[in-house]
Design a protein around this ligand. Sequence first.
Ligand code: ADP
Length: 932
Amino acid sequence: MEREKTKFSVEKIVNLIGVFFSIVVFILIGYFFIAQVTYPDERDHLSTDCKVFEPQWYRVMENGEKVALQITPPDRIPAEYGEVVTLSTTLPNDIYNCETICFRVIWQDVDIYINGERRVHYTTKDSRPFGKNSAMRYLFVELEEDDAGKELLYQFSSKSKYAGDIRTSYIGDRTSIWLHYISETGVRNIVSIILFLMSFLCIVVCAVLKFVYKRNLDLNALAWTLFFCALWMISESDFRQLIFPNISVVSNYAYWSLMLIPIPLMIYINEIQKRRYQKVFVIPLVYGSLLLIIGTLLQICNIVQFVEQLPFIHGGVIVAIVIIIVTITIDVFNRKISQYLAVGIGIYGMMLSAIGEMILYYNRSNTSLGTVLSVGLTFLLFTAIVKTGQDLFETEKKKQQAIMATKAQAQFLANMSHEIRTPINAVIGMNEMILRENENETIQKYAHNIHSSSNMLLGLVNDVLDFSKIESGQLDLVEGNYHLASLIEDEMQLLCARATQKDLEIHLEADAELPSRLLGDELRIKQIVMNLLSNAVKYTKEGSVTLKVYFEKHEQDTIMLSFSVIDTGIGIKKEDVSQLFDSFKRLELGKNRNIEGTGLGLNIAKQLVDLMQGTIVVDTVYGKGSTFTVSIPQKVLDKQPIGNLEESLEKYRKEKGVSSTLFTAPDAFVLAVDDNSMNLSVIQGLLKRTKIQLDCVTSGKECLEYASKKRYDIIFIDHMMPEMDGIETLNRLRQDSLGMNQHTIAIALTANAIAGCREMYLEHGFNDYFSKPIQADKLDELLMKYIPSELIHKVNPNRTVANSNEQVPQEQTESVPESELLTIDRTVGVSYCGNSDELYDEILQMFYEQCPELLKELDSYFQSENWEQYAILAHALKGNTLNIGAMNISKLCLEHEMAGKEENVEYIKNNYSTFVEYLNELLSVISKSIKN
Ligand code: ADP
């Protein structure tokens, strides 16, 4: 509560400061404008006070005659290309020191003389890379008081159309003349620099988006258009002679820029018009490109000057403008302008300004070289940015919608496959019990079919679940420490099981130096390698499959663990390799139609490897085989080399306290709680062998009832249950301080082991968790770990098999075909004799000799109806027949033993004669085998 209060007041202060800041900004802006208008002017006024130099000019003819000229600059005197024009005038009488006359010369060489003395000599003959004329610049003639009233000769020549061109000149001090130019064209220059920077920024942004995010923006083309516009304006700037060392080169850029402008502009318009008028755009695009190449060559070779090419350059721009305006107008009429309304308005604005600009140029205006156009261009850039923003917003919106849809789909798939997994697990578990307990061949065959189909189905559902989890970003790695030897053994077992069905050779090459214990997600690594192994087997008809495990040192305490799966199978075509890791992609469907698969395995493997920051590569020769190599960085927990794999595994088993021998715990009490009764049946079936006293309940409420009456050694509680879930059930158990099971070991059952789930269950008070499907060996491991050791009796596995036979229900033995009743499985028999053939033969002999005696005894009990003794003798016969490997007869004995115990007289009387008959027949079978 206290905390809430402080949080509230701090938030209030932060909000108030925000309001305060806005008020201050508002006041400061208002004050600035009011103060600037109302308070007195404090500026030091710099003089922009230069005057236009407009004297009476005389043209000095070749014969020295001076002819008065009637010109008002900007103007033109008739002159031939290359003709030297000499003008003469008299300087004013009031000249002060530091005064200058500034001439603007265009593509002209100039010499200026005062009173016969050459004061200015301008030519770029020796400094320009190519061209016939000197670039435009301002020329300043420094004057002194003494020059007053003297004669000024202005001599110029040009090998271009500017041969007789005269521009306005100014007289005044240098600063005032520059300030005058700034006041005339400063705005244009500032705008051109801003345009240059903005377009450059847009180009950089577009490049980043393209190369980093693989996203192409139309804006890129417009940004280049504006970049060249800005470059054109900067290279035509009045101030270029103050900025650039070589203005001859800079002046060429003005023409190149002008030639380039229409190209990206048309590309841009073509893109935003969705290439509707592509064919029309091709013409000016080709023209512009050719003009650029040919024009440049002509200029470099000094054949035709850029300045003389201007009508062609302008022609290209005008054609582009006309096409753009026409296509936009068509779009307006066809109502397609809405696709790019903002830019459409921007382009109209820009086009108008461009036309205005050209009119000004051809009217020889000195003032606005690009000023009007730059405003139009900035407007266009602004509208284009607005459009790009809208486009990005739209795409982002669509992307978000698509992501949401994919997520929803993935979530649906995840939920579905999770739901499907639960019943499949139950089917597999129940079937496992049929396989264990039933010996009827037909049922075994059916059960085997169910086993392989349900496992395939589970694999498929697991793939879909993994895929959808990865897609929706829900799959996290669960890291833990694991024994590499055990991982390799599991992989090899799988490989062995699959490869032997196809008669393939299998090989393992494991580096003996591999570290024995690592940190990583064992389950997922197994999944990746198993996928590669099963693919190798699936796609190999003959030959071999090899698993190679090796490593390289990566960083300190980390290795790059590599698994190579090498097969001699069908291989993959070169052109298909790039699609190998795509989801749902199966290659060469025609050829592989009969091979099961979803095309998800490699995609999942790749995504898992990516999650682990590893790599997966394939090296394959079509028709010869493939090698898939996965390399994953893994932290080393124990550097001890694994060496011999078998030894390493044994060590691991000992460490974990896992005994390979089985056990019983008849005095242990276990309670299993799961709302799914099929899961309970699976646990029941799996625990039968251990003789543990198991109670099963289907709700948390029942669990509490049972727990209040009996003390259990372990309680398995399912997490997801209706009404009271597993966590709540455990909480109540733990809170019941008087209860018998307050501190009982509680193990959570979960169908979905996810990252951090162990910690979560431990936090809720569970001692451990166990993930479904319930695996027999894992269950045994848990029981061994948590049942008090004094209650555990380790047993010889062979005996356990015998014991488990005792549980076989009656109706199952009945279905054994008669022909098989007399089968004697020598291997089983030998295994009961400590794998000694000699001992078995002795036992067989002994049985053959003793059995007739026993049969006589049995008969006497049958006749005297002494069912108790009958049962005891049947029990002895059951043990004896089992020992010699006559398992079916042994089951028959068990039935008679049970019938004797239950005094099921009817059964005994109905079946006695056949029973004895079978035993006698068994004796004759044995006699034959002994004689042989
Ligand atoms: P699938 O379930 O179809 O096996 P995968 O994603 O595991 O799906 O494999 C995708 C495709 O790659 C397969 O359909 C098969 O055409 C090809 N492929 C995978 N492994 C091999 C291999 N070892 N040899 C030849 N082709 C393979």
